[in-house]
Design a protein around this ligand. Structure first.
Ligand code: SF4
Ligand code: ZN
Length: 318
């Protein structure tokens, strides 16, 4: 198959866009489309300082690479979870992030959870008895806290993550199955810093398929960690992704259309009142709940008193 733009051999055929491109035109297409999404959802500008959360995986490193190519002011944030899983998961992923940043002369901020809090993520989960056999809820809570804290302390304007379309659609599918309205309201390409202690968050890759990001990393020669976190195995989101891949096989474009129709439904008032994708309300969480400030860490919380992270940390210090 040949590239739509030139006669070179195509490296990818995107059935949902009826578009095949060679390596060079594919890189250009991804970079241009990302800029388009950044502008469409008013995510950030070239004056903003951007903190890119990187895990060592293809999505977050590709995102950092794209923003770097677009000339944005970026620094990376790597959070070492202390997860080994027999494959040195955390140390290998850290090493790949360090190497990526060094190759481009970019600054990487690293926070090591075991060194900072005295325990790894699996140890905190076991100690606090949260999350049955998996440390994922502890991990998510800790990562959100650290990302917000580093962004605030470093005076960054926005925190960006590498969530791709497959991630967003799996989340949307799960929340729709359970009609989890609060989470559905919160799911957007951009979340505003509408409360003191809260940083603006954006997902510039939310409209790219996972395979498109894998192809981008490959043609750009980005070295990333192929292994999933060992705790990801058997997760509900991987199960949903499998179901949705089956749907996509039969109906190319189904995932993209599910996600875009969802965003459109939000804008036109599917939820009791129209939700502006760009602007939030002061001191109101994205799900409509009132926000308070945690007296210990200063981050927002939906309940009065300590936030969930600080309550968890109190438990492990006892
Ligand atoms: Fe954390 Fe994800 Fe691993 Fe769960 S699967 S422990 S959330 S990195
Ligand atoms: Zn707190």
């Amino acid at each position: 198959m040949k590239c739509r733009q030139c006669e070179a051999k195509a490296v990818i055929n995107m059935r949902q866009h009826k578009l095949a491109l060679c390596a060079n035109h594919y890189i250009q297409w991804i970079v241009t489309q990302t800029q388009r999404f950044i502008e469409k959802y008013h995510m950030f500008t070239h004056q903003d300082r951007i903190l890119v959360a990187v895990s060592g995986g293809k999505d977050s490193l590709s995102l950092w690479d794209i923003l770097w190519q677009l000339g944005y002011l970026t620094e990376g944030l790597y959070i070492g979870l202390g997860i080994d899983g027999g494959v040195n998961y955390s140390s290998r992923s850290h090493q790949l992030c360090v190497q990526f940043a060094a190759q481009r002369n970019l600054n990487l901020i690293s926070v090591n959870v075991p060194q900072t809090y005295g325990m790894s993520i699996p140890e905190i989960a076991a100690h606090t008895q949260r999350g049955k056999n998996k440390p994922c809820s502890v991990c998510g809570l800790t990562k959100r806290h650290i990302m917000n804290q580093v962004a605030l302390e470093g005076n960054f304007d926005v925190l960006v993550t590498g969530h791709n379309l497959d991630d967003e659609v799996a989340t949307l599918f799960g929340n729709t199955l359970n009609w989890n309205v609060g989470y559905l309201q919160r799911q957007r390409p951009l979340l505003l810093d509408n409360h003191p202690g809260l940083v603006r968050k954006a997902k510039p890759l939310c409209r790219f398929y996972e395979r498109e990001m894998a192809a981008y990393a490959l043609v750009r020669g980005i070295e990333y960690i192929y292994d999933e976190c060992p705790y990801a195995e058997g997760s509900t989101s991987i199960y949903y992704k499998g179901l949705l891949n089956q749907l996509e096989l039969d109906r190319p474009g189904a995932k993209l259309s599910f996600y875009l129709s969802f965003l459109q439904a939000k804008e036109t008032g599917f939820f009791s009142k129209p939700i502006n994708l760009e602007y939030g309300e002061e001191n109101v969480g994205a799900g409509g709940e009132t926000l308070y400030t945690c007296p210990k860490c200063g981050q927002p919380t939906t309940a009065k008193g300590l936030c969930s992270f600080c309550r968890m940390m109190e438990k492990i210090s006892r």
